[in-house]
Design a protein around this ligand. Structure first.
Ligand code: BES
Ligand code: MN
Length: 460
């Protein structure tokens, strides 16, 4: 083990240079113009995996390709009994970098300032999956036997809902069957608070289009005698939530399991103060459902959010029209026991009911995923906590988080494996925002955590 840790220490500068190479690919899965960049990034990853000693291949899908890389059988300790097998899941796709003008340096030209590396995808998720690759490289390149077999599955569609990964898991169920999945794609509350995340929110995505006149109209000639689709959409959306932030759609909260007093007590112990959160986010005042703390609101309560809102003229200066249509991109975050299909149905029914007869309403369904909840006290969870503590030198916390990783429920359903969510991101890393960054200490400690993890997980 010492040889592994020494190797990691000795090679940090090269690892950071390799992370920069990885970050230069504009692998934006949502934007069709980046299809070639997606393929190139996956190709780089396959080459990289091969260089460090893994058996790697590129697996095409109906969408962006998946990279699968395995430790060769020769890398594992030979023992009579079958070896444990762990999957490491990550994604090489990133969120769109827009608005570009708010970046202090271009999103795909990585820049190091102090102990942070700035680039789209640095934390979410390239830096985190590369940390695991570097740990495994250290085993392979120092000839240190691994106590288990490892398979990396690094996909290119996480940020758009992982539409093709479940099918991929199904067709390769036998090959991918494993004892647990390790995922570093979440946050930790601070550099001295490594975390095991035991719950994620689910999600449903959809687009609402409100159509009015057959074309944009002169607002002076016709305005006043036709409904304005932007106004109609605004009114529709305004009726979805009350003033305190509670969603008003009938049935929306029906199935939710109440939070236990024990969990609420644990939430209250997390080292995040309301004032610090308010400052970090740059809001005048925090806002959220009455009766719940901000930590609860953003990790254990469902939401209805507008992600994008478009209508009419968006260019410079003024243009006097009644727009022909208005559109909103929406996602709801879901919590355990809420079923995505049912909530989608409730939302559609409600919007159709309150839509005025003067406009046409179209609702287009997008991706969806259930929330995730796993035991934080299983033998595997405790093994993961030991690895976190060994790497970070402080006691890890348990937490629920509000983001979604759509595939983790499929890992359970298809492969029968729990996911251990061991995130290396910090709350101020600007995930999905301009100036995303990743802390290089988290990168280095993440590698050490991964190195310890395979021993801890294999010895239970
Ligand atoms: N890494 C995030 C998920 C995350 C972040 C979980 C922080 C917990 C804490 C992931 O890359 C992500 O952004 N997922 C999307 C999924 C969606 C597009 C289906 C999300 O949560 O918006
Ligand atoms: Mn993300």
């Amino acid at each position: 083990m010492q040889a592994v840790l020494d190797y990691l220490k000795r090679n940090q500068a090269r690892f950071v240079a390799e992370l920069c190479d990885y970050l230069r690919f504009p692998s934006v899965s949502a934007q069709p113009q980046h299809k070639k960049d997606m393929r190139a990034c996956a190709g780089w990853l396959v080459d990289h995996c091969r260089r460090i000693g893994l058996d790697a291949r590129l697996c095409p899908t109906a969408g962006h390709p998946i990279v699968v890389a395995k430790t060769p059988a020769s890398a594992a300790l030979r023992r009579g009994k079958p070896r444990p097998h762990f999957l490491i899941y990550g994604h090489y796709d990133v969120q769109p970098p827009e608005p570009l003008e708010l970046w202090k340096s271009p999103p795909f030209a990585p820049r190091i300032v102090g102990r942070s590396i700035y680039a789209r995808g640095s934390m979410d998720n390239k830096g985190q999956n590369l940390a695991h690759l570097k740990a495994v490289e250290a085993y392979l390149q120092t000839g240190t036997p691994l106590p288990c077999d490892l398979t990396f599955v690094i996909e290119g569609e996480e940020e758009v809902g992982s539409a093709n990964l479940a099918k991929f898991l199904k067709t390769r169920r036998a090959e991918l069957r494993c004892d647990a999945v390790v995922v570093s794609d979440t946050d930790m509350p601070g550099p001295k608070h490594p975390a095991l995340t035991y719950s994620l929110r689910g999600i449903i995505a959809f687009e609402i289009t409100v159509r009015g006149p057959s074309r944009d109209l002169h607002s002076g000639i016709f305005g006043g005698a036709v409904e304005n689709p932007a106004m109609a959409l605004a009114r529709l959306l305004a009726q979805v939530r009350d003033a305190s932030g509670r969603v008003t759609i009938p049935g929306f909260y029906d199935d939710i399991a109440p939070l236990s007093a024990y969990e609420r007590k644990q939430f209250a112990r997390l080292p995040i103060k309301d004032r610090d959160l308010q400052k970090l986010l740059g809001v005048k005042k925090l806002f959220g459902e009455r009766g719940f703390t901000p930590t609860e609101q953003r990790s254990a309560r469902p939401t209805f959010e507008i992600n994008g809102l478009t209508s009419g003229y968006q260019g410079q200066g003024s243009k006097t029209i009644v727009p022909a249509w208005a559109r909103a991109k929406i996602t709801c975050r879901l919590v355990p026991n809420q079923r995505p299909a049912k909530i989608r149905e409730l939302v559609c029914r409600y919007l159709e009911k309150i839509c005025p007869p003067t406009v046409r309403l179209e609702i287009e369904a997008g991706h969806g995923a259930e929330a995730y909840l796993v035991s934080p006290v299983s033998a595997q969870a405790r093994a993961a906590l030991r690895a976190l503590e060994a790497a970070f030198g402080c006691q890890p916390v348990l937490m629920r988080e509000g983001g979604s990783i759509p595939i983790v429920n499929d890992f359970k359903k298809i492969l029968g494996a729990d996911s251990l969510l061991l995130g290396l991101g910090l709350p101020d890393d600007n995930a999905h925002s301009p100036n995303e960054k990743f802390n290089l200490d988290c990168f280095a400690k993440g590698q050490v955590m991964s190195a310890h993890l395979w021993r801890e997980l294999s010895n239970i």
